[in-house]
Design a protein around this ligand. Structure first.
Ligand SMILES: [Zn+2]
Length: 113
């Protein structure tokens, strides 16, 4: 599943680079038709937020299992110490993020399983 993260980070960085190019050309917004336009600064901010979310929900490994530390939870049973119940990685947050890119070339439907 590492290719999911590599691919997604590359797609996000491409979007940011495209938006930065629009800004360099002096476009604060670009109209695609009468009703739709993009705002490069919003695209850059959104992309940076998505990259930060991917960093936050990074895949960690214990050798045998891969998990997301942020989405893992501690369970406490009466009379026992609490135990970490690892959330499988990539976690739901990462899957939701990548689902927003499912219409792009290179997307693998299995990433949503
Ligand atoms: Zn997570």
């Amino acid at each position: 599943m590492d290719d999911l993260l590599t691919w997604l980070r590359a797609e996000i960085r491409k979007d940011i680079a495209g938006a930065e190019k629009l800004l360099e050309e002096g476009s604060e917004r670009r109209w695609y038709d009468r009703y739709h336009c993009v705002y490069p600064r919003d695209l850059i901010a959104r992309g940076q937020t998505e990259l930060a979310l991917l960093d936050e929900h990074a895949i960690e490994s214990t050798g045998f299992s891969r998990y997301c530390r942020v989405c893992s939870e501690y369970s406490t049973k009466p009379g026992e110490s609490s135990e970490l119940e690892p959330a499988p990685a990539p976690c739901r947050t990462v899957r939701l993020l990548v689902s927003g890119y499912q219409n792009r070339s290179g997307f693998k439907p299995s990433w949503l399983d």
